[in-house]
Design a protein around this ligand. Structure first.
Ligand SMILES: [Zn+2]
Length: 437
């Protein structure tokens, strides 16, 4: 209320140029020109009242020249806006040479967005997960202008040493980031996640052991010592990471990946039997092909009709009952996670691994059995830890959303910044005060 009165009084006494400066809102600048080109507003400004000294010899300086730097600003009155900054080139009186003016409240050096537009873009892309091209369209500037700004301001937020503290349950998970080059080579990343907080701690390139090992080596011993649980998919490299870097943490196989493996073995079996009985890959009228969705669906989610249909299709297409056995193996694997008692679960998993490896089982079920046997301790540990992969999945979903909106970001550094701004829980209150890199 008080502020509104103040502004109104200042407008009463101000001349039109001062009013203009008030609207532009950049403090000590003189507005030289405002034009409306029909599609955008162009505001030309220069700073006033500054006279630095020569950074080399501290001698007085003189204005040598003025550059016209065009910066994309926040849209104004419903139009895209360009701030034309008549940036001073100072010359040293003692002849050290010249240097250009800096005014961080107008724009950070090298960026093509004004400071306020850059901060806004960082929130849009980083916090709200909007695509860079969408935001570039809002501002009427290039994709790179926005991405450079988000990178410069966002980097400070994700490097904030207080972004995460102690972690009790650490998870590793692989994600396909993009495909690169002529051969569409898959570019993988490893997500390092606080499973309990549902926070993306970091992203490293590749899905081998080395990236996460280096990352963990960069954290303090005390930090590593506080990790009690280490969750992983059924992958050897991540097991090696934990064995090497956090040997005392209890490793937990993530239920999502265990069930997914059972489903993919079932799928393999279905395709093999299909091929063996009909001599070709699945076609839309083949019984096993028609059963593929019913097979991988959780049994309790099939209604009576679905169940009857599945049984009928198996009778028609599965002469030796192999698909049915592997289906049963998948359903039994899922049951692991319905058991609440730890000892009972251990016994159940032990028995399942044995049963599946029996000679009478189809090869896909035996393969599943071997994997379950190899990871038995990690699978059973879930019952003790109850560190379900719920939060990790939540983080995965976040990163999937990032992937969806950031299609085409092949640059790992940009990918990392975007993923961490979106899913790494940075302290957004810091944005108002950070100095971009
Ligand atoms: Zn000088």
């Amino acid at each position: 209320m008080f502020k509104a009165v103040e502004i109104r009084e200042s407008l009463l006494v101000a001349d039109p140029i001062a009013m203009c400066e008030l609207l532009v809102g950049l403090g000590e600048v003189t507005v030289l020109d405002v034009t409306d080109t029909g599609s955008r507003l162009r505001v030309t400004v220069e700073t006033r009242g500054r006279r630095p000294e020569c950074p080399a010899c501290e001698a007085p300086v003189v204005v040598k020249d003025r550059d016209r730097v065009e910066l994309t600003d926040l849209p104004c009155f419903g139009q895209p806006a360009v701030l034309v900054w008549r940036k001073i080139r100072w010359g040293c009186l003692r002849g050290c040479g010249s240097f250009t003016e800096q005014a961080s409240e107008i724009a950070a050096s090298r960026l093509r967005l004004t400071d306020r537009a850059a901060r806004w873009a960082t929130v849009q892309v980083g916090r709200h997960g909007r695509s860079v091209s969408e935001v570039a369209k809002d501002l009427d500037c290039s994709w790179h202008a926005v991405m450079d700004a988000v990178a410069a301001y966002g980097q400070v937020l994700i490097d904030d040493p207080n972004r995460f503290s102690d972690v009790a349950a650490l998870g590793l998970d692989e994600t396909l980031r993009c495909r690169l080059g002529k051969w569409r080579r898959q570019a993988w990343t490893t997500q390092i996640v606080d499973v309990e907080a549902g926070q993306l701690l970091d992203v490293v390139e590749g899905r081998s052991a080395q990236g996460p090992i280096d990352w963990l080596a960069n954290q303090s011993q005390a930090w590593r010592d506080r990790i009690e649980w280490a969750t992983l998919d059924l992958s050897g490299p991540y097991r090696k990471v934990f064995d090497t870097m956090v040997p005392d943490a209890v490793q937990v196989a993530d239920p999502f990946h265990v069930v997914r493996l059972a489903n993919s073995k079932l799928d393999e079996c279905r395709r093999r039997v299909q091929n063996e009985t009909l001599g070709h890959r699945g076609r839309k009228d083949d019984p096993l092909y028609r059963a593929r969705r019913l097979l991988t669906k959780a049994h309790e989610r099939l209604d009576e009709r679905g169940d009857a249909k599945l049984r009928g299709l198996l009778r028609a297409g599965d002469p030796h009952g192999e698909v049915q056995m592997t289906w049963h193996a998948k359903e039994t694997t899922r049951q692991i996670y319905q058991i609440t008692d730890c000892d009972l679960a251990a016994e159940f998993v032990h028995q399942l691994a044995d049963d599946l490896r029996d000679d009478s089982m189809p090869e896909e079920a035996r393969s599943l059995g071997r994997t379950i046997a190899r990871w038995r301790d990690q699978i059973v540990a879930w019952h003790r830890a109850r560190v379900s992969n719920g939060p990790t999945e939540a983080v995965n979903n976040l990163v999937k959303r990032i992937k969806r909106v950031s299609f085409g970001i092949t640059n790992f550094r940009n990918y990392r910044i975007r993923a961490l701004l979106y899913a790494g829980k940075p302290n957004w209150d810091l944005l108002a005060t950070v100095t971009p890199r």
